[in-house]
Design a protein around this ligand. Structure first.
Ligand code: PMP
Length: 456
């Protein structure tokens, strides 16, 4: 682990990249705008929980590819399965093959709400299919979505994901706010935006528009705004309100599926959605996503009434990755160990912060959590936004990055752990954190608080 990191080579590569790569990075989340200051980390390689950058700095990595790397970097079982298939069979046929059904079975066996599944290459894409299937199944148009949740970048849903204070509207009637320029102007018209954990808002929306609502879509643990847990009974109420109105419930488990427990949030809570989207940890680092649900709904793509396609869908490489990754994550005790280690890290960070005189708490589960410099975690996006606005979180990120621990810079990000993080890595991280919290306390004393860029 590096003592203090240098960024010389990253800076050079960043400047060079910008000649041809728009903004010098491949995604907004990797840019200085998202808090990667002074320059983005240019990765060289990863092994287990360790990321090495082009300057030779080694980090204990809690970015974990933004979630997919549930087994760490280059897990041998998955790497071998993918390389073997590539050498012996090829990368892509865009024809039927045996590994598709094996990968599909792995998803259906694990996710309680999924009887049948289809694959795609990204979470964004499979969310689109979920919305389409819901509209086709119900013959209705409106979608209820929740402020602060991220469901991908498409025109149909990328509204009110991370709105500004100026645009978000009244708390009992949040505005439908575009998250990008260039989106189809009418695309937000079929959305109703609510606040997370707001049962009254849900009831009011269904009282007003119930017969026109095709679906509620939600991240069942809010991972794109820290890790905000559903209040007791909230998901259950969501389920019953949707069912009573003949609307579908869609769980976007892109982050939580195959990460927080064997059966995602639906397995943890017993609340079964009609449609589920999974991605990220499903493929342990390979670009694969899936949309699945009840037989009744999934008969739509099955018999071709509702279109689902894609050249790269369930190609042999990603299917080999899914089968190999699920064999690993399906081992007895896998999630218990993962979550226990993550929880120990979260508790240790809170203790270190408090020892330095800071208010601190954490939210989420061990595999996916956030640390808050506040007495209590937020209950929704607006509360998270208020905490972030006066949070010294960036000082924590900067100190850790300079001392061999990598976390996402925004307060609304996450600590993401993997099975490759051992107790020793947790101990090493906590040793760095003890000093980091002194630096954070000094930042607070200087008034050096507030966000340095959002999630994207
Ligand atoms: N839904 C959720 C909950 C996500 O976290 C993400 C990605 N962070 C997406 C959808 C979009 O997935 P992708 O980046 O694979 O398009």
């Amino acid at each position: 682990m590096s003592e203090t990191s240098t960024t010389t080579r990253s800076a050079e590569l960043y400047e060079l990249a910008a000649h041809h790569l728009a903004g010098g990075v491949g995604s907004g989340t990797r840019s200085p705008r998202s808090g990667w200051l002074p320059v983005p980390v240019f990765a060289q390689s990863g092994a287990g929980p360790i990321l090495t950058d082009v300057d030779g700095n080694e980090y204990i990595d809690y970015v974990m590819g933004q979630g997919p790397l549930i087994l760490g970097h280059r897990p041998p079982a998955v790497t071998d399965a993918v390389v073997d298939v590539l050498r012996e069979r090829g990368s892509l046929f865009s024809l039927a093959h045996d590994l598709e059904a094996q990968a599909a079975r792995a998803v259906c066996e694990r996710m309680p709400g999924v009887d049948l599944v289809r694959f795609g290459s990204s979470g964004t894409e499979c969310v689109q299919y979920a919305l389409r299937f819901a509209r086709a199944f119900t013959g209705r148009e409106l979608i209820v979505r929740v402020e602060g949740h991220y469901h991908g970048w498409s025109d149909t849903i990328h509204w009110s994901a991370h709105p500004s204070r100026e645009t978000w509207g009244p708390p009992d009637h949040p505005a439908v706010t575009p998250e990008s320029t260039g989106m189809a102007p009418g695309a937000g018209d079929s959305l109703i935006v609510l606040r997370w954990n707001d049962v009254d808002g849900l009831e009011a929306a269904f009282a007003d528009y119930g017969e026109r609502i095709a679906a509620i879509i939600t991240e069942p643990i809010l991972g794109n705004c820290g890790a905000i847990m559903p209040a007791p009974g909230y998901l259950e109420r969501m389920r019953s309100i949707a069912s009573d109105a003949g609307a579908l419930l869609i769980f976007d488990e892109v982050l939580t599926g195959f990460r927080i427990g064997s059966g995602g949030v639906q397995g943890l809570t017993g609340v079964t959605p009609d449609l589920t989207v999974v991605a990220k940890a499903l493929g342990a680092g390979y670009p694969v996503a899936a949309v699945g649900g009840s037989e009744a709904v999934m008969s739509l793509p099955a018999d071709g009434r509702t279109m689902h396609g894609g050249t790269y869908n369930s190609n042999v490489l990603v299917c080999a990755a899914v089968v190999a990754a699920c064999a690993e994550t399906g081992r007895p005790g896998f999630y218990e160990t993962l979550n226990a280690r993550g929880e120990r890290l979260a508790e240790g960070l809170v203790a270190a912060a408090r020892a330095a005189g800071l208010d601190a708490c954490w939210s989420g589960v061990g595999a996916m959590f956030q640390l808050w410099f506040s007495p209590a975690p937020p209950g929704d996006y607006r509360e998270a936004h208020a905490i972030a606005a006066r949070s010294p979180f960036f000082a924590l990120h900067a100190y850790l990055r300079a001392h061999g621990v990598l976390i996402q810079p925004p307060q609304e990000g996450l600590f993401l752990t993997s099975a490759a993080h051992t107790d020793e890595h947790i101990d090493q991280t906590l040793a760095v954190a003890a000093d980091a919290m002194e630096a954070v306390a000094a930042a607070v004393d200087r008034g050096d608080v507030g966000a340095r860029g959002g999630l994207r």
